[in-house]
Ligand binder design. Structure first.
Ligand code: SF4
Ligand code: SF4
Length: 386
């Protein structure tokens, strides 16, 4: 908590606390995410011919407006990466200096750790110090301005929910998510939550225990294996390679997967966007693998992190709004949590399948998280990453 001229500014650093980090030489995973330039950075980049050659007005995501760094080729790494080294390291933009920490502004400021970064957990800098450094850089008045703008969006959202009789307190959503932790790692439990998300009419402002009771009384009608297969296959069914999820494997090879006909084809990705085919998998052969105790523990810890992320709550709010407030917020929130648990389970199973494994332990779930977290933090949300 920091104190400013207008009272306390609420800052949540809990996701960073206790974690350390060291950047891994030759990783450069974050150099595959096209960095946006802040307005003052854009001016600095455009004024220097060496930096200006890497600036573009086009971002791979049509949602992102403004200046960004070019990619090498249509879907390669950042323009300035060569031999997995940054050619402008001392001048790299804010996005690159902040990674793997991100600052989300909603009804408060919350800092998140991008768990796709393999440097997290290595001895090195304390992530909390990295986060505090970023907040210092932003300064109190910018954070307050961002909070005012995001706070208005959240207030409008809550007002819309109340008018549609679908509101829930944020704490009841999180308490329900926590109470359902075991169900989210089990086929029947996931089926119950997903069926509840579609059919479980819930009264506005229900306490968490009533929401949980409703979920547990729901007949599990959703076919989890079928959903996992459809969602897992759709994940790779994109024509534009730059939009495909990236997996940085244990040997620091960048991997992408794409649906070609009825096969999921794996490629090694090069800096210039070149691809080399390395695997071909029949998606029908990928099953949700059974989880051992270590896998369940890792999954539960991770889902606990997701459940406490404000950007994830903002994502549920975004979904609720795009579904015209037709569903109670508890249904939308728990449905999103279950869909993400299923996505992670499927990705961990897919990667384990490629290695010929038939069950998941903690290391396999960890690989799933490396493959998944970057995409989760990229989901559309109300509020803003700054
Ligand atoms: S993903 Fe993490 S370890 Fe890899 S280059 Fe980026 S900050 Fe370093
Ligand atoms: S500017 Fe440097 S650090 Fe940033 S994405 Fe490009 S190559 Fe990577």
């Amino acid at each position: 908590m920091q104190r400013g001229s207008e009272g306390p500014l609420e800052v949540d650093l809990s996701e960073l606390s206790g974690r350390s980090y060291r950047c891994i030489e030759n990783c450069a995973l974050c150099c595959l995410c096209q960095p946006e330039l802040l307005p003052d950075e854009e001016a600095r980049f455009r004024a220097d011919p060496r930096l200006a050659e890497g600036v573009t007005d086009r971002h791979i995501s049509s949602e992102v407006k403004g200046a960004a760094l070019k990619l090498r080729g249509a879907h390669g790494s950042c323009w300035f990466l060569a031999g997995r080294r940054c050619r402008i390291y001392g001048d790299r933009p804010h996005f690159c200096r902040a990674f793997p920490v991100s600052v989300f502004v909603g009804w408060r400021v919350q800092l998140n750790a991008n768990l796709s970064c393999r440097g997290i957990g290595l001895p090195g800098e304390r992530l909390e110090d990295v986060g505090k450094g970023l907040l210092e850089e932003y300064g109190d008045s910018r954070l307050r301005d961002e909070l005012k703008a995001a706070g208005r969006v959240f207030s409008d959202f809550v007002k819309n929910c109340r008018e549609a009789w679908v509101a829930q307190s944020f704490s009841s959503l999180r308490d329900a998510g926590r109470a359902l932790g075991d169900e989210l790692m089990d086929g029947i439990g996931l089926s119950r939550v997903l069926t509840y998300a579609e059919t479980g009419r819930t009264a506005q402002n229900s306490p968490a225990r009533d929401i949980v009771k409703k979920v547990r009384r729901t007949e599990p009608e959703a076919d989890i294996e079928e959903r996992a297969l459809i969602d897992g296959t759709e994940l790779f069914d994109l024509h534009d390679l730059s939009l495909l999820p990236i997996y940085l494997d244990e040997n620091l090879t960048w991997r992408i997967f794409r649906l070609v006909g009825r096969k999921i084809v794996g490629y090694e990705l090069a800096e210039d966007g070149g691809t080399k085919e390395t695997s071909s998998t029949d998606p029908d052969e990928v099953e949700l693998l059974p989880m051992g105790a270590g896998a369940k523990e890792a999954m539960k810890e991770y889902l606990g992190t997701v459940n406490s992320r404000d950007c994830f709550l903002g994502h549920a709010a975004y979904l609720c709004d795009s579904e015209n407030y037709d569903y109670n917020l508890a249904q939308v929130y728990l449905g999103a949590l279950a869909n993400n648990a299923l996505d992670l389970w499927w990705r961990a199973s897919f990667l384990a399948h490629l290695k010929g494994k038939d069950s998941l332990g903690r290391p396999e779930v960890r690989e799933g998280i490396v493959f998944f977290d970057m995409d989760l933090l990229d989901l559309p949300t109300i509020g803003a990453f700054i």
